[in-house]
Design a protein around this ligand. Sequence first.
Ligand SMILES: NC(=O)c1ccc[n+]([C@@H]2O[C@H](COP(=O)([O-])OP(=O)(O)OC[C@H]3O[C@@H](n4cnc5c(N)ncnc54)[C@H](O)[C@@H]3O)[C@@H](O)[C@H]2O)c1
Length: 262
Amino acid sequence: MDLQLSEKIIIVTGGAKGIGEGISRILAEEGAIPIIIGRHEEDNRALVDELIKAGKKADYVTAELSDPEACEAAVKSVVRCFGHIDGIVNNAGQNDGVGLEHGNYDGFMASLHRNLVHYYLIVHHSLPALIKSKGAIVNITSKTAETGQGNTSAYAASNGGRNALTREWAVELLKYGIRVNGIVVAECWTPQYEKWIATLSAPEEKLKEITARIPLGGRMTTSLEIANATAFLLSEKSSHTTGQLLHVDGGYVHLDRALANA
Ligand SMILES: NC(=O)c1ccc[n+]([C@@H]2O[C@H](COP(=O)([O-])OP(=O)(O)OC[C@H]3O[C@@H](n4cnc5c(N)ncnc54)[C@H](O)[C@@H]3O)[C@@H](O)[C@H]2O)c1
C-alpha cells in the first residue's frame, strides 16, 4: 500500500528515542520528512544524521516541551524552514510517578506540563498551517488513562486528557477536514520502559510476568508496530477515520486475562 506520505512535513515530538524514534524511522522510510522536536540535541542529531546518510529526509528542532514558549518557538521554526506542516504526532512524555498519597501540587502541575500541555500547544500553534494542508494529527497515549497504574496520578490524568483531546479536536476540526486519532500504548519496549523496569526489585521476573499477560504472542509491542499504525492514521489511506482511540497493544487492555501465556 502506498501511503502517499512522500515529502510530507510531519512533526514528531520526542521523535529521537523509543516510540517516537520508531515513528520517525517509518515516516522517513515512507518518503515523508519527520521533524523531530526533542530535548536532547545529540539524540536528535544522531537519528537525523543516520536517516540522511541512508538517503532519507529528516530534520529536528531541539526544545524542552514542558516550556510553553519553547513549544511556540519550535513550531515557528518548522514553519519558517519548511513553509508548511502536513501532520503532527504528539508523543513526548514520561511516566513520572506523581502519586496521590505522596505527590503534591507542584509535582502534579509540572507533570501535566511534561505530558499534556505541550500536546495542546504544539497543535494550537500549528493549526493555521494544518488548516492550509488539511493535515492529520495522531496523539500517542497510554493505557493508564483506562486501567490506572497506581502512584501516577498526573501521568494517568494527562493520558485521560490526551484521549479527551483526541475526540474534542476531531469534532472541532471536522470543518477543516483535519482528522485526529489516538494510539493507545500498553507495554512497548523503549529506553523509558527499560529504565522503569530497572527500578523494580526483581526486574527480570516482573518483565516475564508482564509479557506473559500480553495476549497476542506473549510479547511486548515494538515501537515499529506503533509507528506503522501511526503512519496509516496520518495517511489518506485512513481518510474516513477520525476521533478513534486505537489500541496497538496485542490485546492487553481488552482481551480476557484468562488468555495469559503463563
Ligand atoms: N513505552 C511504553 O510502554 C509506553 C506505554 C504507554 C504510553 N507510552 C507513551 O509513549 C510516549 C513515548 O514513550 P517512550 O517509552 O518512547 O519514551 P522514551 O523516554 O523512551 O522516549 C521519549 C523521547 O521523548 C523525549 N522527551 C520526553 N519528554 C520531553 C519533553 N518534555 N521535551 C522534549 N523532549 C522530550 C525524550 O528525550 C526521548 O527522546 C510517551 O508519551 C508515553 O506516555 C509509552
